[in-house]
Design a protein around this ligand. Structure first.
Ligand SMILES: [Zn+2]
Length: 337
């Protein structure tokens, strides 16, 4: 994705504002961790990369969403190594995602397509877990699972964290016995990253453009009530800013939900503009929101570098963002029942 800072005023003031928010948030997070009853899983503890402040709160404290499990799925995805489109590693990743989704009891659709890119014609694959609803409406959740085409880039936060989160989301939603009014589709998208240059020749968002176009062709796009995209949701001290491109009512719903759950210090009031997988849907007039922490990760120097590694990922952050998205889905089910 690509960021367009929209703090207004000057870029120096903008950076100062970001650092001020980050500094305040840190103390709040430590206070919460100290008062919490966080345990984490054996698997996460065995990993050894997390400090005590970054263990997930128990799933019961995050609406049933298990941040430690999301962390473990992320670690597994990252263990495949760099996962650019059409690589051996991304094929192993696709097999893993598909197998996990089937294990959760999800109906799984695979959509293979060819993308014309600056490095040639590449085979790509979107994988969609489908939870049927009683009505025609669809709530569409998105993540990209490909990683930037760069030597030794493993995309722990960028590509890994949101996909680990969506695997945990699928585990929960595919396991629910009671049917909801709207179907929920969870799409694991290929080809979000530019192969060469994001700004040239539409060299970006191949998977989401393909999905939006094919849903428009089949007529199913009209059924989609809302698109919720997660991207870069796992860094420590995560701070999610409002994305200025996203649909205002849907952004408000997510931030209101986060506020109700007590996460005002994480879903903060600042605004950035991020070009990402939600845009092909926005362009087709489908309401969409991007949940992303790009600004701090970029400022720390980790974004699109070989330092985007598992030690930057927090099970606690994954648990909190997962809680908010799970609750947002529930709000959307009520809104469109
Ligand atoms: Zn990226």
């Amino acid at each position: 994705m690509r960021a367009l800072m929209k703090c207004g005023v000057t870029s120096m003031l903008c950076l100062a504002a970001i650092f001020a928010v980050a500094a305040c948030g840190h103390d709040v997070e430590r206070a919460k961790a100290a008062s919490g009853t966080s345990t984490g899983t054996t698997a996460s503890l065995a990993n050894g990369a997390q400090t005590s402040a970054e263990q997930a709160r128990p799933a019961s404290a995050t609406g049933g969403f298990d941040g430690a499990a999301a962390y473990d799925y992320t670690a597994k995805l990252v263990s495949f190594g760099p996962r650019p489109p059409a690589s051996d590693a991304i094929r192993r990743t696709q097999d893993y995602i598909h197998t996990e989704l089937q294990g959760f009891g999800c109906q799984v659709d695979e959509h293979d397509f060819h993308a014309s890119t600056p490095v040639g014609d590449l085979g790509m694959k979107n994988i969609v877990a489908k939870i049927p609803g009683t009505g025609r409406g669809v709530i569409l959740l998105l993540t990209h699972y490909d990683t930037l085409r760069m030597d030794n880039f493993v995309g722990a936060v960028d590509g890994g964290s949101s996909s680990g989160l969506m695997l945990e989301m699928a585990r929960i939603l595919c396991g629910e016995k009671k049917q909801q009014p709207n179907s929920v589709w969870i799409a694991f998208l290929d080809g979000e990253e530019a192969l060469v240059d994001w700004n040239k020749d539409n060299d970006n968002t191949y998977g989401s453009r393909e999905m939006a176009a094919s849903l428009a062709n089949s007529g199913d796009l009209k059924r989609v009530r809302a698109v919720v995209l997660a991207d870069m949701v796992g860094p420590k001290n995560v701070k999610i800013r409002r994305d200025s491109y996203s649909t205002p009512w849907l952004t408000s719903l997510v931030w209101k939900t986060a506020g109700r759950l007590g996460y005002q210090d994480i879903f903060v009031s600042g605004e950035t503009g991020v070009e990402d997988d939600h845009q092909p849907f926005l362009a087709r007039k489908v309401p969409a929101v991007d949940i992303i922490d790009l600004a701090d990760y970029q400022a720390a120097g980790y974004w699109h570098t070989t330092q985007d590694t598992m030690d930057k990922v927090s099970a606690r952050s994954l648990g909190i963002v997962g809680d908010v998205i799970l609750e947002t889905v529930s709000e959307l089910q009520q809104k469109f029942h």
